[in-house]
Write a protein that binds this ligand. Structure first.
Ligand SMILES: [Zn+2]
Length: 68
């Protein structure tokens, strides 16, 4: 039996019993935990706008090695 532990609420749940809709929220146990967890870091350091906003969403992918 495959089980997972929600990183947000630490609840153990069975992946096999998770329906297709809820699987979209893995590894969280459900939509609420995913949104709450994302929200907790989204309003933090994620939004780093260095210069232009227009192509930031694309550049974020390959920008991890850049410092300063
Ligand atoms: Zn949860």
């Amino acid at each position: 039996m495959r089980s997972a532990k929600c990183p947000y609420c630490a609840r153990q749940f069975s992946i096999l019993e998770t329906d297709a809709k809820q699987k979209a929220y893995l590894p969280f146990c459900g939509r609420k935990c995913k949104l709450l967890d994302l929200g907790s870091w989204l309003d933090g350091s994620y939004l780093v706008s260095d210069d232009k906003d227009e192509d930031t969403d694309r550049r974020l992918d390959g920008q991890e090695g850049t410092e300063t």
